[in-house]
Design a protein around this ligand. Structure first.
Ligand code: PEP
Length: 248
């Protein structure tokens, strides 16, 4: 049985005062059946890890190299050293703004796995790709190129994030989410065998809110959510976690 996972991506939001949100989550969800990971900006990782209790803390990216002349970048071992146990890779905002392609994301994931970080690897189609009925082809290509052979159920989580649903308030239909998640599951089973393929957790991401979480979590092969805006405040994130708890 896969454990449920609620992951929060704070993006470039938050400062020292925001750590109170993590303290609240840690207090309110100390005993739920859902795993939690919060990915704050890099500046907050070590302070967040110090107050997070049962919550895992993650980075939002890492470099593929272990060290060296990469101004502004952070390596997987530095994330680990700061207290992170996870990292988001291949978020569409990084694919777009930093021109990251799937081959780079695979190398980053390898580097993260070598440091025993759990990689949350993001895949997702644009609206134009969905309208052209290319969604499954795009997701299939992103999966085969972005997910390294080192993937296991322990170190890899896949987040399906339709680009057009991120921060827009738009959400695919439950059938559309189910179709993509079932596709990802069979793709992983075919490539890694049923043991690993069935143990990798699949998150849906894109405008998950307290009001739509329960319906999304009822879809087959949705093991949790990657949440942006609604993860910034414990008051918004907690009901999403509670909706996941209710499915266990
Ligand atoms: C995200 O950026 O990963 C995300 C899902 O954002 P939001 O929940 O705000 O749509």
């Amino acid at each position: 049985m896969r454990r449920k996972l609620a992951a929060g991506n704070w993006k470039m939001n938050g400062n020292g005062a925001s750590l109170a949100e993590i303290e609240t989550l840690a207090r309110d969800h100390a005993e739920g059946g859902t795993d939690l990971v919060i990915c704050p900006p890099a500046t907050l990782i070590s302070r967040a890890a110090a107050v997070a209790g049962p919550i895992d803390i993650g980075g939002q990216d890492c470099h593929m190299a272990a060290s060296g002349a990469h101004t502004g970048d952070i390596s997987a071992s530095q994330l680990r050293d700061a207290g992170a146990t996870a990292v988001i890779l291949g978020h569409s905002e990084r694919r777009e703004a930093h021109e990251e392609d799937s081959a780079m994301i695979r190398e980053k994931a390898r580097a993260a796995h070598a440091e025993d970080l759990t990689t949350i690897i993001c895949v997702g189609e644009s609206l134009a790709q969905r309208d052209a009925q290319n969604t499954l082809d795009i997701i299939g290509a992103q999966l085969s190129l972005s997910v390294p052979d080192t993937a296991t159920g322990h170190n890899t989580v896949i987040a399906y994030e339709p680009i057009w649903a991120i921060g827009t308030g738009k959400v695919p239909s439950m059938n559309e989410i189910g179709q993509v998640h079932d596709f990802i599951r069979s793709n992983l089973e075919r490539r890694f065998g049923s043991g690993v393929g069935r143990s990798v957790r699949l998150l849906y991401g894109g405008s998950v809110k307290p009001g739509n979480a329960a319906e999304i979590f009822s879809v087959s092969n949705v093991d949790g959510a990657l949440v942006g805006g609604a993860s910034l405040k414990a008051a918004d994130f907690s009901p999403i976690v509670a909706a996941l708890d209710a499915t266990t």
